[in-house]
Every structure is written in C-alpha cells, then in structure tokens.
Design a protein around this ligand. Structure first.
Ligand code: SAM
Length: 201
C-alpha cells in the first residue's frame, strides 16, 4: 500500500471512531450503535467507502462514516436524502460496479433483494454486503424463495410450518451463490428472531 493510501485509510478509521463515540453520546441508541459497529468491522479493510444503501431510511447509519460515495434508496417519500423508490424495482437496473459496500438493512428477510444483487452482472467481487434479517412464524416466505427450494405447493398446506425457517432459506440461497463465510450476530425478542451480518462477494 502506498503512503498516501495508508494515510487516507488511517484518516477514515479515525473519523469512524470519532463519529461512533459522538453518536453514542447524542442518542444512547444501543441497536443503532451495534449496527454502526458491525459496519465498522465489515469495512475495516476498505481504503474508501462507496456505499449503496438499499433500505436507507433517515440515513442514520452511514452518517457515522466518511464515505467517498453514498447513494440511498428509500420507498417512503421524503424520508432521508434518497432516491424514493421500491428497491426491488431499482436493483436490476443499477450499475453496481462503482459500489464496494451494499447495505441491505431490511425490516424482514431480504431474500429478493440479495438474489437481485447476485443476478445483476455489474456486482463486483470484493463487494461487502451487510444485511439485517428479521422474521418469525408469521413472516411469509417470498414466492421466489418458494420456487427456488421447491416448496410452493407444500407451503399452501401449512405456511407457518415453513415461515420459521426463513433465515435458513436465506442462508441456503447465499450458499447457492457461492458465499462460504458470513459474520453475524443474533438477537431474539419475544416477537422476532433478528440476525445482523455481512459477507464478501
Ligand atoms: C430498518 S429501516 C432502515 C434504517 C436506515 N438503515 C438508517 O440508517 O436510518 C428500513 C427502511 O427501509 C424502508 N423500506 C422497506 N422496504 C423497502 C423497499 N422495498 N424499498 C426501499 N425501502 C424500503 C423503510 O421505509 C425503512 O425506512
């Protein structure tokens, strides 16, 4: 690594640490702090951050980082500074080649979005994908997941039998696309099983 790129890496890491502390003082939001920390770990080897944020919300997470490029997609009009659209309509058309981090901070299980990313030929090797998976026995399995694993007919008979395995299907799909290492942590509440993780394409 050249001296100048070493310097810029150091600057980014220090900036991230400072922002992280500042954020903790301001809001005392444990879960957001954990999400920020996960992304610090996920991106620690990156010299610069070029981020596609597919569930961008109020852009809270990535405000804590010094990004060379940031592009947010959010379906709720007026929320954050974003392109306002359903990400499922956008992902197949996006040129992903300039992004080295893709954030999929979903409310549910982002099976469709991750499949769309893998099917987009502009996705680059080395891209880090950070995700959130939230589900329970009432979280329905997407049609594309049912088709992929041949459970469409059985699912009609007993949806709740399959719904609880949403994150297992999610991991089987990742395996199918060649992902062999996922770093993650889990959190269980009375209502939901939550999983937060990342992997490199
Ligand atoms: C968990 S929040 C994300 C918070 C965000 N990461 C932040 O830093 O503030 C999920 C967001 O995704 C949005 N969302 C849900 N489904 C979406 C979709 N299909 N396309 C785009 N945005 C979506 C929701 O409106 C919500 O703002």
């Amino acid at each position: 690594m050249s001296k100048s790129s070493q310097r810029s890496t150091d600057k980014r890491v220090i900036t991230n640490r400072c922002s992280y502390r500042t954020y903790g003082k301001k809001t005392d939001n444990d879960k957001l702090t954990d999400k920020v920390f996960l992304r610090q770990v996920a991106t620690r080897d990156k010299d610069e951050l070029r981020v596609l944020d597919l569930f961008a919300g109020e852009n809270l997470i990535w405000q804590n980082f010094d990004c060379a490029r940031y592009f947010g997609v959010e379906q709720q009009k007026g929320k954050g500074k974003n392109l306002y659209a359903d990400n499922r309509r956008v992902i197949p058309k996006l040129d992903l080649s300039d992004f080295n981090v893709i954030d999929v901070d979903s409310y549910g299980i982002p099976f469709v979005q991750i499949e769309q990313l893998f099917k987009n030929s502009t996705l680059q090797d080395g891209t880090v994908i950070v995700y959130t998976c939230i589900g329970n026995s009432l979280t329905t399995i997407t049609n594309s997941c049912k088709r992929k694993f041949g459970i469409t007919e059985m699912y009609k008979e007993s949806p709740t039998l399959f719904n609880g395995f949403g994150t297992d299907y999610f991991h089987a799909m990742l395996y199918d696309y060649g992902v062999r290492k996922v770093t993650m942590y889990k959190r269980k509440t009375n209502e939901f099983n939550k999983e937060y993780g990342f992997f490199t394409v």
